[in-house]
Write a protein that binds this ligand. Sequence first.
Ligand code: HEM
Length: 415
Amino acid sequence: KQRIPHDESLDNILALAQEGYTFIQDRVKRYNSNLFEARLLGQQVICMSGKEAAELFYDESRFQRKGAAPKRVQKTLLGEHAIQTMDGEAHRHRKLMFLTLMTPAHQEKLGRLVTEMWEDTISRWEGLEQVVLFDEAKELLCRAACRWAGVPLEESEVKERAEDFYSMVDAFGAAGPRHWKGRRARSRTEDWIRALIEDVRSGNRQAEGGSALLQIAFHTELDGRQLEPQMAAIELINVLRPIVAIANFITYTAVALHEHPQHGAALRSASGKELEMFVQEVRRYYPFAPFLGARVRHDFTWRNCEFKQGTLVLLDVYGTNRDASLWEEPESFNPERFRNWSGSLFAFIPQGGGEPERTHRCPGEGITVEVMKATLVFLADHIRYEVPDQDMSYRLDRLPAKPESGFVMSRIRRK
Ligand code: HEM
């Protein structure tokens, strides 16, 4: 059998984290192959990129998630034994719970909340010398997420809770202090939400009808039993935390608007189409999710490569969204590419690929897009602001990446 390229240099996970977003793509180019092997943490890993690779990766008969997510990522970003680690029927049942919380009506409700909350910030902003959009977005989204999900939150708690939600996300590619900060944030947040779930179950607290809090508190598994309070807390956090994480995409949206002002006019006369195109291009172009992992379920061969049972396989998310065989001039920011885009479940995968009902693809894409659109209208059309000198660059060797300055705005005025 022909051997696929083998990379000797990456023998630990921290090397991978340090290489960051481009580590798979750099080697795909070097070896001229969408598939290569590397050693990570003493184990053989297969790395792959592109649309066909994504299609393969989401074939449940070939891959499983059990045993794929490293413990250090479960203890920070995901929560232990949560939906991301499940397979088969049990996964699909859990997934349905998430998807029923995120229907178009739920998406619009959150979008409206976000719009109202942005409007409410204007008068405060007018009195300030400058604001950091990233910090403002985290807090606003924390408020909005909790309100939308039926989770009570005092105004005095917002700052710390928001910081905790984002710290879990910020820990995913980290070792050392950033990792430990994420772990502390997770245990604090789990304690808070678990107590809330227990209060709702015991009748000490009423949860709003249709809210994520109510649905998750009383969700039953295939065996008819309720989730353990700890598990219910982790899954409710799996709804709240990623909404706060949209702060990152919001910051990139502002950077994109600033660096490509020619789009501003089209966005102001905004038909929904231009807004959608812009938001999709932000999700394609900027780095957030770097890659995904799964394990080979049974031995098989694909493109001359032997996938041995149990092997860890990484799918290149960032590189697939910038694959030159799928995207024209992938390195340029161009919302127009989405005007007549035919759509693909596997070429555009900022939040995973495949069909969300059947695969691990993110159930929150609709929500993410609504929240980003609401914010884009606000930035492009409801306020005027200046953008002082600052460092908006982001480092591709930091997981997750984010613009250094967080996007500083000054002299903000209502339009
Ligand atoms: C899964 C990205 C927002 C809830 C995922 C996955 C990615 C992702 C890459 C994994 C796909 C896979 O394993 O195949 C993002 C990004 C977001 C975002 C970049 C932007 C901030 C959201 C939102 C929610 C959400 C707003 C909910 C309100 C989830 C859940 C899963 C998931 C529950 C696990 C799905 C499963 O394992 O079946 N997301 N997401 N995400 N996301 Fe998101």
